[in-house]
Design a protein around this ligand. Structure first.
Ligand SMILES: Cc1cc2nc3c(=O)[nH]c(=O)nc-3n(C[C@H](O)[C@H](O)[C@H](O)COP(=O)(O)OP(=O)(O)OC[C@H]3O[C@@H](n4cnc5c(N)ncnc54)[C@H](O)[C@@H]3O)c2cc1C
Length: 432
């Protein structure tokens, strides 16, 4: 039995680490961070296969992130990178991400221009009631350009469901760039004197984790936190969370921890299960399969990050890690993200589909080897009808039990960056 603990934090991802840092600064002396994963960083996961080193997805960080206030030791360990983002459009052209006026519109010719204009006019006049992500995109760029640019098909890969089944509030939050790109003023370049000075100042630097992996990135910061009184119990199976004599009792496979307060950053349904809260509420999430490839030959694109906007092919995005870390054994290496539902939960089917599709589009001509794969459940929340309300119901039930739930998993919140996650954890724990 471990007693006299101020706070238990469930989850050692970015939300858990930032929470520990904030609570230390607020004066709490003894904090235990518990995770069923055997590493810190949560879903920041890297995998090494021989000399190749991949991430589950594409992780790009910036040197002005508020996360660095909490973990300053990590900044010198990052690898500075200069990635470019591209996209394969339905016409088989690798072009600008997320939309290219030249390749998606001008190249289509005058008949298509008229169709696109008519469809935008139609949407603005007759589709004013927006109830889902498809309505939102159609309102701004029209059904014709939505199809021609491949954005409609990409949205399905991104959301995990056809866009007509995705809540409008999520589309408004996450797809604002569609609206911004649809604004005429974006393409009008006013003289510099009319724009004033650049409020952002110096542009930020793009960074990737060190070649050695995320464990190496976080190591020094974790050591410092341990010296300040934070304990980390990793690879620890959680069995239940109850209350006795006004304290929380966390039961793990081999010990009981009694604490005054619990902050949870793990998936909502897992926290609900631990607390024995019976609620018949189901939340849907994307299970992500990441395929790891090595390659030797001619690559049909220059970008480090390439999105699949074409009408076929299940893969969503690929990231060329050899652009960041240099080739290994004379070969390039990259990771490909695929929604598990779109390939019958099978890495083999995903890999076969990827080979076929990229061969048809001339992306890889040469020797392409599958080096491995990794599956992550709960990678992204799916915002289908009323998911926000259902998540809020579980969060409220946890709050009534006394548990504060936050983070990408703990708030069922599509937090796209560690920056966003940090700011939200800080705000949630702020003492008013
Ligand atoms: C594929 C992908 C790419 C991303 N790319 C970027 C990027 O380029 N730049 C950037 O800044 N941010 C990126 N992010 C977002 C960033 O990683 C998040 O902001 C941050 O990791 C969220 O941290 P968290 O602690 O809230 O949640 P998480 O790290 O997701 O999870 C917290 C904890 O929940 C528990 N948990 C999670 N999943 C499960 C599960 N399936 N079963 C049981 N327990 C679980 C674990 O205990 C974990 O430690 C990306 C995220 C993903 C998934």
């Amino acid at each position: 039995m471990e007693d006299g603990i101020d706070i238990v934090i469930l989850g050692a991802g970015i939300s858990g680490l930032v929470s520990a840092s904030v609570l230390l600064k607020q004066g709490y002396k003894s904090i235990i961070v518990v995770d069923e994963y055997d590493h810190v960083g949560g879903n920041h996961i890297d995998c090494s296969v021989g000399e190749y080193t991949f991430d589950i997805g594409s992780f790009i960080f910036q040197d002005d992130s508020p996360l660095l206030v909490h973990l300053p030791e990590i900044l010198p360990l990052y690898v500075p990178i200069e990635p470019t983002w591209g996209r394969l459009n339905p016409q088989g052209v690798v072009t600008q991400y997320p939309i290219s006026i030249k390749d998606d519109l001008i190249a289509a010719g005058p008949i298509e221009w008229v169709r696109v204009l008519l469809s935008v006019a139609f949407a603005r006049l007759f589709r004013r009631r927006l109830s889902n992500a498809k309505d939102f995109a159609q309102f701004w760029i029209g059904a014709r350009l939505l199809h021609r640019s491949g954005l409609g098909r990409y949205m399905e890969r991104f959301y995990g469901l056809p866009p007509e089944q995705i809540d409008i509030r999520f589309a408004e939050k996450r797809m604002l760039w569609i609206k911004e790109h649809a604004m005429i003023r974006r393409y009008i370049h006013l003289p510099r004197w009319t724009r004033g000075s650049d409020p952002r100042g110096r542009p930020n630097r793009q960074l990737a984790r060190p070649r050695e992996g995320f464990a190496h990135l976080y190591d020094a910061a974790i050591r410092r936190m341990k010296q300040s009184g934070v304990q980390f119990l990793l690879g620890t199976k959680l069995e239940g969370l109850s209350k006795a004599d006004g304290r929380f009792v966390l039961q793990t496979a081999d010990r009981q921890i009694r604490a005054q307060r619990v902050v949870s950053t793990i998936p909502l349904e897992r926290a609900q299960e631990l607390c024995g809260i019976a609620l018949d509420v189901k939340l849907r999430t994307v299970t992500l399969i990441t395929l790891f490839f090595s390659f030797s030959g001619h690559r049909g694109f220059k970008n480090s990050i390439l999105y699949n906007f074409s009408h076929s092919g299940a893969w969503k995005r690929l990231t060329v890690y050899s652009d960041f870390y240099g080739p290994a054994a004379g070969r390039e290496f990259f990771a490909v993200e695929v929604n598990a539902d779109h390939v019958s939960n099978s890495a083999e089917i995903g890999a076969k589909d990827f080979r076929q599709h990229t061969m048809e589009n001339g992306l890889f001509k040469g020797d392409l080897q599958l080096e491995g794969s990794h599956v992550v459940s709960n990678a992204y929340p799916i915002y289908t009808n009323g998911a926000d309300e259902r998540a809020a119901e579980i969060i409220a039930a946890l709050r009534n039990f006394g548990v504060q739930s936050l983070g990408r998993q703990g708030a069922f919140d599509y937090q796209p960056t560690a920056r966003d996650t940090t700011l939200k954890a800080e705000a949630a724990l702020r003492v008013s």
